[in-house]
Design a protein around this ligand. Structure first.
Ligand code: SF4
Length: 449
């Protein structure tokens, strides 16, 4: 009998990818995706540990899930509840202690065991906990099934991180850097393209540290892998995220120069413009190193645009340090960026340091975000009057409208027939809203629009 599976995904694209793989793993057990947890037979919270109060959010969500579980059991049925992802990895035993009604807690490195965990939990006898770091890579045990169709797909190629930035939990929740063998990645990419993907985003916590075993022996870096993927017929666009400035090597820069499928949009977190703070964060590069890397990338691909991540209010950050961040932003110019107040993460080195007052953090964040939003608006406005290649992904909010993405990941909506979904079409940009562009498909009778 078909069973209902509800997965709630928090955080990064890697979690989105992992949730899709979890759904594939339990499909043979009869579980089909459900839109809501109401009446579900299996509920999975796939959690993120990056921001403050991450764990508290999970516990409050579990409170609601418990009510649904109790209601289902009063009706004589059973709901299995699981907590997965980085909060599960970091706080597994605490979840079991505070929420004993949770049937399974497992981390990002053990979700390939989900069918077995479900069987053990279904047999009852208390919660199942597996937050180990198994020797065998989970990717070797994930089903080689045909993924759900979709024009733009995610593909995890690297996991974990060896950088140990002082504010980050990833090395503790995702473990050491691991790169999937190139042949395995290419096989999965072929399945995605066969299922309709025209664009693939390669994922990794430190994706440009990729060093996977090559088919013919030896190792491939990300540049090599991009070259091989670009040869797949039907794969029009390639992206990758998230990168570390120190791992942008010459092969990767050459890939941006030579491979048209590699989109001219790169997410390259810098976090701060101050060398003193970069050193305190253990980023092991300077602001000048970042400038040099950006200069080399732009020489190789003059139309390249950047996005980045910024942390303000890191312990010890002076006003001078903050000014250095603003100066770097003005100098580099970012098409889009993410910025946050520093929030102490349990178990990370910086968490035990003296914190700046929240008012100072908030003031600096507001000033930085005003500058970044100004740059983003200017970047989007510069598109008006140009023709952009848009990969249409799905129907828009209005009848007869489609939505797609520009090479710079800008959402673009235009009136177009549904058969254009999955096509890359030239669109004349005529308008900008706060977070998307509007356009007219070139060649389509404007009058008919
Ligand atoms: S490189 Fe990124 S994932 Fe790795 S520790 Fe630093 S911030 Fe975290």
């Amino acid at each position: 009998m078909q069973k209902r599976l509800f997965i709630k995904t928090y955080g990064c694209q890697m979690n989105v990818y992992d949730s899709a793989r979890m759904a594939e793993l339990v499909a043979p057990l009869g579980y089909a995706p459900a839109e809501t947890p109401h009446g579900a037979d299996l509920v999975i919270l796939n959690t993120c540990h990056i921001r403050e109060k991450a764990a508290e959010k999970v516990f409050s969500e579990l409170g609601e899930i418990r009510r649904l579980k109790d209601a289902k059991e009063r009706a004589g049925e059973r709901m299995l509840v699981a907590v997965a992802g980085c909060v599960a990895q970091a706080e597994g035993e605490e979840i079991m202690r505070r929420a004993p009604f949770v049937d399974m807690v497992f981390g990002p490195q053990t979700y390939h065991r989900l069918p077995e965990l479900v069987a053990r939990a279904a047999r009852g006898g208390g919660g199942v906990l597996d937050t180990s770091f198994p020797a065998e890579p989970k990717f070797d045990h994930l089903p080689a099934t045909t993924p759900a169709p979709g024009v733009a797909a995610l593909l995890s190629i690297q996991e974990g991180c060896d950088k140990f930035c002082t504010f980050c939990v990833v090395p503790y929740t995702r473990g050491a850097e691991f790169s999937r063998p190139a042949a395995q990645v290419i096989a999965e990419a072929e399945r995605l393209v066969a299922a309709g993907a025209r664009e693939i985003t390669l994922l990794g916590q430190n994706v440009n540290a990729y060093h996977g075993t090559a088919r013919e022996g030896g190792e491939w870096g990300l540049g090599d892998l991009l070259r091989a993927l670009a040869r797949l017929p039907g794969l029009e666009r390639l992206r990758y995220t998230t990168s570390h400035p120190r791992d942008v090597d010459d092969e990767l820069i050459a890939a941006h120069r030579d491979i048209v499928q590699v989109m001219p949009f790169l997410h390259l977190p810098v976090q701060s413009g101050s060398d003193r703070i970069l050193a305190a964060m253990n980023r092991r590069h300077t602001a000048d190193d970042y400038r040099r890397t950006v200069r080399k990338l732009r020489q190789a691909r003059p139309d390249l645009a950047l996005s980045s991540d910024f942390i303000v209010g890191y312990p010890g950050e002076s006003d001078l340090d903050f000014r250095a961040t603003l100066d770097l932003v003005v100098e580099i110019g970012f098409a889009q960026s993410f910025s946050f107040k520093y929030s102490p993460r349990p178990g990370t080195p910086a968490a035990s340091e003296k914190q700046l007052p929240d008012a100072v953090k908030a003031e600096r964040l507001a000033e930085l975000q005003a500058l970044l939003q100004q740059q983003q608006r200017a970047f989007n406005a510069a598109a008006i009057g140009t023709a952009m290649p848009v990969l249409f992904e799905k129907p828009g909010r209005h009848k007869g409208q489609l939505v797609g993405r520009s090479p710079y990941l800008q959402p673009i909506h235009a009136d177009a027939p549904p058969e254009m979904i999955g096509e890359i079409v030239s669109v004349n940009i005529v308008g900008v809203t706060s977070n998307s562009l509007s356009g007219i498909v070139a060649g389509l009778d404007e009058a008919a629009q």
